[in-house]
Design a protein around this ligand. Structure first.
Ligand code: GLU
Length: 282
């Protein structure tokens, strides 16, 4: 099987050093494996995605000497495919509609208990007020959630291989841990037609991605991706979660951190070679 890696930014802000690091690692891995490096634009959140940021992504990556096959897959053009996958999960009886807003979830969450996690990859773990609702009664203002307990009940043990430096090895996913630390994630967000988790799983499979390289902040979310792959009968890639690039004070870089934007470095006359050096890839 030919190796395929990918870099999958959201065009909601400038690329910063952390993005450059992810993209370079994925491109290098493809080169080393004699495979292909792909670029994917994750723009399902149309309220935040901007064409100008997308153009800047192409521009910055080309400046870093990266190249990729075109046309580039854009998630906003794939909503029917995500709807089909969500319908598949619904037909398996694994989804329910949910009308809770953030305040409802906070109110239902109750007092923190020692040793019980309150937050997962998507923020506050959903307490389950809408869990008994039926998907056929979904309203236009509802989101669609995955019933995690039922999902776990229909699959066997699941695991994935991780080659990143922080968690190298085979990870068997513990159903109890999944329930307590991830919970009923949103599959289809309001006004979005999908969610990050659903889209990323479908696209990695449809694009034949064999190796996923991304930041360590997504390590926990990988459990849900592997679960979705198993439920939808899709292959599981090999994962590599890399360390996060931090600023000189040790703070994780965020997209809003314009000072660290690649575009800013370029404007200051920094070379691609110096960027590679700054992220430790010389
Ligand atoms: N669009 C995601 C981001 O920009 C990428 C996540 C992934 O690589 O799976 O954080």
């Amino acid at each position: 099987m030919t190796a395929r890696t990918r870099f999958a930014p959201s065009p909601t802000g400038p690329l910063h050093l952390g993005h450059a690091y992810s993209a370079l690692i994925a491109a290098r891995a493809a080169a080393k494996l004699g495979g292909t490096f792909l670029l994917r634009i994750e723009d399902i959140d149309q309220s935040r995605a901007r064409a100008a940021w997308e153009d800047q992504i192409y521009n910055d990556l080309a400046w870093l000497n990266l190249s990729w096959p075109t046309p580039v897959l854009r998630q906003s053009e794939r909503l029917p495919r995500y709807a089909e996958a969500a319908a598949q999960l619904s037909a398996m009886g694994l989804t329910y509609p949910c009308s809770c807003n953030r305040a409802d979830i906070e109110a239902a969450a109750g007092a923190p208990q020692e040793g019980v996690p309150q937050f997962g990859p998507d923020g506050r773990i959903y307490p389950g007020q809408c869990r008994q609702r039926s998907t056929k009664d979904i309203q236009p203002t509802d989101v669609l959630r995955l019933n995690l307990k039922k999902s776990i009940d229909v699959i066997d043990a699941i695991s994935f291989s991780e080659t990143g430096p922080l968690h190298t090895g085979t990870h068997v996913i513990d159903p109890e841990h999944l329930q307590s630390s991830v919970g009923d994630i949103i599959l289809v967000r309001r006004n979005m037609g999908s969610s990050y988790h659903l889209s990323v799983v479908i696209d990695d499979a449809d694009q034949g991605i064999t190796h996923v390289h991304r930041g360590a902040d997504l390590f926990e979310a990988t459990q849900i991706h592997v679960l979705l792959q198993r439920l939808l009968n899709l292959p599981t890639p090999i994962y590599h979660h890399h360390d996060l690039i931090r600023d000189d004070a040790g703070k994780r870089l965020a997209k809003r951190d314009d000072a660290r934007a690649i575009a800013k470095y370029r404007a200051d006359g920094v070379t691609p070679q110096q960027i590679r050096h700054r992220v430790g890839l010389d």
